[in-house]
Design a protein. Structure first.
Length: 181
């Protein structure tokens, strides 16, 4: 597994500066869009950067069926939006420690990298669903529609967080440690 060296990296999990293969979001314009994923047992919330890599836009939430069908749906999104990098939410405990769900996301991220050959970044997703719920409660969406929108909104928040940190100047930024690619 690639967890200790060049592999999947997450600045929010381990921010030491020993690896320097970090690509700022500002340089993504030439290389393609970034796909953000909030992966759950029943649904995968999705968001994608705009063509210039400035904003994150929510996509339709993927209803999970099985691994093969899920990866086929992700393949369609990756092709349609010309995705060149993927950011996957990493569920950490409030203490920052990793648990069972974190390991599942690391395995999922590794599978994404192997299946699509794209760089995959893990990003601390603590409180993104809570923040999405709080934001959506302020709208006039029905409870049913709100439930469907939470995963998409969480994916937007994950992707925006990654994009904001990726824009830091190289001299002042902390380099990620959990990236594949």
């Amino acid at each position: 597994m690639l967890w200790g060296g060049p592999g999947i990296h997450n600045r929010a999990v381990d921010s030491s500066a020993k690896n320097s293969h970090f690509v700022p979001a500002a340089s993504l314009q030439a290389s393609g869009r970034v796909l953000g994923l909030d992966v759950g047992a029943r649904r995968i919330g999705m968001a994608v950067t705009d063509p210039l890599g400035i904003t994150a836009q929510g996509l339709e939430t993927l209803q999970r069926r099985n691994k093969r069908a899920d990866f086929e749906q992700l393949r369609r999104v990756i092709r349609e939006y010309k995705v060149k990098e993927i950011v996957v939410g990493l569920p950490l405990r409030m203490s920052g420690a990793e648990g069972t769900q974190s390991e599942k996301m690391r395995v999922f991220a590794e599978e994404l990298h192997k299946k699509f050959g794209l760089p995959v970044h893990l990003w601390d997703e603590r409180l993104t669903s809570a923040e999405a719920n709080r934001f959506l409660r302020e709208t006039e969406l029905s409870i049913e529609k709100r439930g469907k929108a939470v995963d998409r909104m969480a994916a937007v928040l994950i992707l925006q967080g990654w994009m904001e940190k990726s824009r830091l100047p190289a001299s002042g930024s902390r380099l990620p440690e959990d990236d594949l690619g």
